[in-house]
Design a binder for this molecule. Sequence first.
Ligand code: GLN
Length: 492
Amino acid sequence: MTDLHRLSIREMAEGLKSAQFSSRELTQHYLDRIAKLDDRVNSYVTVTPEYALAQADAADNLLKNGTAGTLAGVPLAHKDIFCTQGIKTSAGSKMLDNFISPYDATVVAKAKAAGLVTLGKVNMDEFAMGSTSESSFYGATKNPWNLEHVPGGSSGGSAAVVAADLAPFATGTDTGGSIRQPASFCGLTGLKPTYGRVSRFGMIAFASSLDQGGPMARSAEDCAFLMNTIAGHDAKDSTSINKEVDDYVANLNATAVKGLRIGIPKQYFNVQGLDAEVKARVEESLKTLENMGAILVEIDLNMTEAYVPTYYLIAPAEASSNLSRYDGVRYGYRCENPKDILDLHKRSRSEAFGAEVQRRILIGTYALSAGYYDAYYVKAQKVRRLIQQDFLTAFENVDVIAAPSAPTTAYKIGANLSPTEMYLGDIYTLAVNLAGLPAINAPVGFDKDSLPVGLQLIGNYWSESQLLSIVHQYQQNTDWHTKRATIAEENA
Ligand code: GLN
């Protein structure tokens, strides 16, 4: 049974149901791979073997009784931003290195209730701020396709564990691209759902009006299985929507690609810094979709230049407010021997927050300060509305919109981009969060250095089923999503 990690989620679930292998065997198989290979990838912050095996045994009992749900006994990894009762939740920060949550995030609770087995918690940029996973207190995660490159971020650990076959799928969060960009850099499928589709309860807040959790996996089908588990209304999250949830798995073939109108924004393909090979692979994938019957329609998204400045005003503003709770008193790190209460706040925060987090708190606090609030924050909110309107106008004419997920493939670790250079790399993902729309990344080939390239499809509100269905059918016609990094080929 050396190749259990090659199975799709559907095959795993079927293998468990028909007792070809037990959840304990499957879980142990992944734990062995993690023990052997994770040192090279640095994807797990915390591995939870005893916890995982206990969950596996419980799932095996349900499987024996015939009372197991669809995914009972299948392992997964959670981004270390989802609170897990009794297990450390660090958000990649020294601030929360000692934090053990007293409760589970709704996403975690739903996965548990479905009988999924938690292998552990995976690495990320500190408080999800970044695009490389290098800002983590636990060190950089490596890209399984080339260990000298970053896996992307902030859900870099989630992408790396799946790409290295150290978990069959994983949860991620996306505030400005953090599911789609690492999925793109690691050759995976990742879905950022409509804002409000997946509960944010217990998901450590970065920018609350933008944050959204979602699945990262090899294929659209695997993502659909996880979406069926985690999507839905949650009374504990006031921004969660009380709207019927699709059966994402049942709908995998429901959208007709024939006649589907795919918008190609002119502005997106002329962005300075768009790598020629990324552009070529994305265009080839669109050609494939066209051959499958889709109609490519050139469209305008006139607000493109406003994406980066608008996001990098609103996200830090919300972050500065959300992160004020880390005061050295209520949660996490506390400095030694504070002189007085101010010294306690000041030193706890400056000793435990990394440079990028401090930069964002400063920018956000400045933008929200009395004298600048209208000039910056209020103005950014108005531009945000125009960005949303731009998409709504486009959706009057097309079903989905195509774009690269990122202008380049994975950067080298330590490339030391300036903050502005790094922020510009988010050009294709930010507007989706500002507008609250769903979007998916699908792997569509490689550059000359064998690093993966991703296609992004952006849908109208609540079109998760449609996005998964389009990518599923693309994946029935292509094999990019089945390619494996060398490290994933190694057996434990
Ligand atoms: N790269 C973006 C940022 O640094 C997005 C991060 C995210 O989606 N969490 O803010």
